[in-house]
Unconditional design. Structure first.
Length: 295
């Protein structure tokens, strides 16, 4: 028996919501539409119940930050951010983040539908039935590849500057963090981008953190509060800080696991990238294992 049941809105409300989302999607997909103007107008109407021009005359500072050109995201300060790609998705990210502050974004039904439509236009890839709950944050968004039936729960943070794959049925719990960049311990600005891979059916439980470059194989799970610093093989549950393999799910002979989307033992990982060109291979600051000692 499934754990979740279906919910529906009244027919009129459903029609009203679908028409709002459909009209936004159509306009975002029209290259002649200025996404910044569309977002500021939408936010003016949803948040202040009036046209942007009227708000800007009546309350200029309320209008100010409705326009994505007047705000900045942390990712815009990263040297590794592809500014052109980011400017394309920035208005959509601002609409997502701002609507999360409203009843429309906080309601599960409308919030999931709006964020799915936006993510389909922000992420590199989105499969069917993506669910994103309230107050999720991504860094650049355009480096996330999500398969079918992926779920991001409340306050999850996906730092995708180095790329994040979320395979089918992956579930990222409340307050979990997935990173894809790492700083040298010897010199902070020396940043390395490492793709992080969350395999099929993986659960990253409540408040766990996955550090950059980890490959979590299909059907593995990271326990609540764990700190994931390494790869995990299929069916393994990692627990603790740092997470260590502690529990093994018995899947022998189970046809669901005859093949894998992600198996860390054979996964072909992409090369790490030095984010800051000042730190090339010959840099005097290059990480040198002999300069880091454990006592
Ligand atoms: C992975 C998990 C399911 C393990 O639960 P469990 O199988 O019931 O494990 P047990 O309670 O039998 O504990 C087994 C051992 O692991 C330890 N352990 C269990 N969970 C742990 C955790 N999250 N971190 C560190 N150690 C943990 C126990 O202390 C015990 O250690 P011991 O054998 O030395 O005494 C659980 O930790 C978890 O993360 N659940 C997900 C919770 C969550 O995210 N909920 C959000 C809502 S969806």
């Amino acid at each position: 028996m499934p754990w979740l049941t279906k919910r529906a809105l009244a027919v009129d409300s459903e029609t009203q919501l679908q028409s709002f989302i459909g009209s936004l999607a159509e306009q975002f997909d029209d290259p002649s539409v200025d996404r910044n103007l569309l977002v500021r107008e939408t936010l003016a109407q949803v948040m202040h119940g009036d046209r942007f021009e009227t708000i800007s005359e009546r309350a200029p500072m309320a209008a100010f930050s409705l326009d994505p050109r007047n705000i900045t995201f942390e990712a815009e300060y990263y040297i590794a951010t592809d500014q052109q790609k980011f400017q394309q998705v920035k208005p959509l990210l601002w609409l997502w983040k701002s609507l999360d502050l409203t009843p429309l974004g906080q309601s599960i039904y409308s919030g999931l539908a709006i964020r799915r439509m936006l993510a389909e236009r922000i992420f590199k890839r989105v499969g069917k039935n993506l669910k994103i709950f309230q107050n999720v944050e991504v860094s650049v968004g355009y480096n996330i590849e999500a398969g079918d039936d992926v779920t991001l729960h409340r306050y999850a943070f996906i730092d995708d500057i180095g790329g994040v794959e979320l395979h089918d049925e992956a579930s990222i719990s409340d307050f979990a963090n997935i990173y894809s960049h790492t700083h040298s311990v010897l010199d902070m600005p020396d940043v390395t981008l490492k793709k992080t891979v969350i395999g099929r059916g993986v659960r990253v439980a409540y408040h766990a953190t996955v550090l950059a470059g980890a490959v979590l194989s299909d059907d593995s799970m990271m326990g609540a509060m764990s700190l994931v610093t390494r790869d995990f093989e299929p069916h393994v549950i990692g627990l603790g800080i740092p997470a260590k393999p502690r529990i093994w799910k018995e899947r022998e002979g189970n046809p669901d696991f005859a093949t894998f989307q992600v198996d860390s033992r054979s996964y072909q990982r992409s090369a790490d990238i030095r984010a800051n060109p000042d730190f090339d291979e010959n840099s005097p600051f290059k990480e040198d294992a002999s300069l880091i000692k454990q006592k």
